[in-house]
Design a protein around this ligand. Structure first.
Ligand code: GLN
Length: 503
């Protein structure tokens, strides 16, 4: 077989690039690859709880079809879809026709959508095989998956710890070799933070780059679809297929379909990287800071010019986000009333049916946000909270605009700490909210960000470096990350030894 990693698990720790190469070369079939993942899911998912739904039968059917299509294409020499036969996992806030969509909530129990999210549809057209739906904090509200109504997902590097969230199921799945790549969503950090905590490359896209059609809405002005992958190259491959204008999402941009080609010898000479001083705050785990500084130094060895910059309104990002996101969520979640989808608590009076369905269907964090959001939007408080927050949001966006007049990219920590213990923050929502201090600003500004593996702490837990770029700079971000991954090997270390040690 061509350059496959020599590990007992064989196929399941392949990168997307390796998997596609193997499929094309005929080293293995999509059926073999898909079956390898399904077997590993069967073995490890009962503990890790990364998947809420495993699409065993339909995945094998899709794999068989992909193999037939490839065989036929070989004979007729016709062009085949780029991702033909590649297994992929989907966060359970995106719709896949015929598969349950719970958004991690009881209120959507039993809901099976009849249509595909646009991102999912494009990937299916690109040839992917969907392995299943991954665990998430309820309606993507959280940083640990502890808010999932279906139980916490576990971090494969240490199963007593969280995988991050809200795309924690996707992160745990890719990190544990239960999928080669997965979709996530990032409203305030939910792709980058779990990627950081699980040792993955996590791409948060520019707002408007990937369609939100079929994404169960949380904060509509913040929600973005992203990728959790092993490498920048893999994230680029998936992004290239799923991005672009969609008439069903008016916020997608006409010119947004990127053709990303990562070259092996990307020069960082002349590239200006800014390091925001506001991101090195008290409470930052010293090992995170060391890894971030070491990562930045490595980018400098590739020719990048490093300078300190200031994003002066950074400290307001957290309070602003926790007004805007709940306000939008309170409006978006009004549709879950027992009439249209999922759970219904039958009552004689219609109003009782509404309130009891919502009372039983939503978990405590979702209720907290609906209450905060409703309050912030109510007459008399609107100007003081929501209106004010929108103004400060503009200042935060301005910080980035000014910074990107001086530098091409920003390098910073992705999270204040490595993976924390299950339960460590569950008593105090504010502690949990602090997990996203370094990721929220990019969502408020709508710019893309990327978390990439940058080391391990003394407990053997992954550490991460975040890169942030101007709107629609995914190509540059991914190229820099790719260049970094050519000279470092943090991203090649798999959780397999850590998982074995825990058995
Ligand atoms: N942790 C943040 C929150 O709870 C961000 C979540 C996300 O990006 N979906 O709102």
């Amino acid at each position: 077989m061509s350059d496959l990693p020599k590990q007992p698990e064989g196929l399941v720790y392949l990168t997307v690039t390796q998997a596609l190469k193997g499929l094309r070369a005929g080293d293995f079939s999509s059926r073999e690859l898909t079956a390898a993942y399904l077997k590993r899911i069967e073995e490890h998912n009962p503990r890790l709880n990364a998947y809420l739904y495993v699409a065993g039968e339909s995945a094998m059917k899709a794999a068989t079809k992909a193999d037939k299509q490839r065989a036929k294409g070989r004979k007729t020499k016709s062009k085949l879809p780029l991702l033909l036969g590649l297994p992929l996992a989907v966060k359970d806030v995106l719709t896949v026709a015929g598969m349950p969509a719970t958004a991690g909530s009881r209120i959507l129990e039993g809901f099976v959508p009849t249509y595909n999210a646009t991102a999912v549809q494009r990937l299916l057209d690109g040839g992917v095989v969907i392995l299943g739906k991954t665990n998430t904090d309820e309606f993507a509200m959280g940083s640990s998956t502890e808010n999932s109504a279906y139980g916490v997902a576990r971090n494969p590097w240490d199963e007593e710890r969280v995988p991050g969230g809200s795309s924690g199921g996707s992160a745990a799945a890719v990190a544990a070799g239960l999928a080669p790549v997965a979709l996530g969503t990032d409203t305030g950090g939910s792709v980058r933070q779990p990627a950081a905590l699980c040792g993955l490359t996590g791409l948060k896209t520019t707002y408007g780059r990937v369609s939100r059609y079929g994404l169960i809405a949380f904060g509509s002005s913040l929600d973005t679809v992203g990728v959790l992958a092993r490498t920048a190259q893999d994230a680029a491959t998936i992004l290239g297929v799923m991005a672009g204008f969609d008439p069903r999402d008016a916020t997608t941009l006409e010119s947004a379909a990127p053709k990303i080609k990562l070259s092996g010898k990307f020069e960082l000479k002349g590239l200006k990287i800014g390091v925001p001083k506001e991101y090195f705050i008290e409470g930052l785990q010293p090992e995170v800071e060391q890894a971030v500084r070491a990562g930045i130094a490595q980018l400098a060895t590739l020719g990048a010019k490093i300078s300190e910059i200031s994003l002066p309104h950074t400290e307001y990002a957290l309070p602003v986000y926790y007004i805007i996101a709940p306000a939008e969520a309170s409006a978006n979640l009004a549709r879950f009333d027992g009439v249209r989808y999922g759970l219904r608590v039958p009552e004689d009076k219609l109003f009782d049916m509404f309130t009891h369905t919502r009372g039983q269907g939503f978990g405590p964090e979702v209720k907290r946000r609906v209450m905060i959001g409703t309050y912030a939007l109510s007459a008399g408080y609107y100007d003081a909270y929501y209106g004010q927050a929108q103004k400060v949001r503009t200042l935060i966006r301005g910080d980035f605009e000014r910074a990107f007049e001086q530098v091409d990219l920003i390098a910073a920590p992705a999270t204040p700490n490595s993976a924390f213990r299950i339960g460590a923050h569950s008593g105090n929502p504010l502690d949990m909210y602090l997990e996203d201090v370094f990721t929220l600003p990019a969502n408020l500004a709508g710019v893309p960000g990327l978390a990439l593996p940058a080391g391990f702490d003394s407990q053997g837990l992954p550490l991460s470096l975040q890169l942030i770029g101007p709107h629609f700079s995914e190509e540059r971000l991914l190229q820099v990350a790719h260049a970094y991954q050519q000279i470092t090997d943090w991203h090649t270390v798999t959780s397999s030894a850590a998982m074995d040690a825990q058995q």
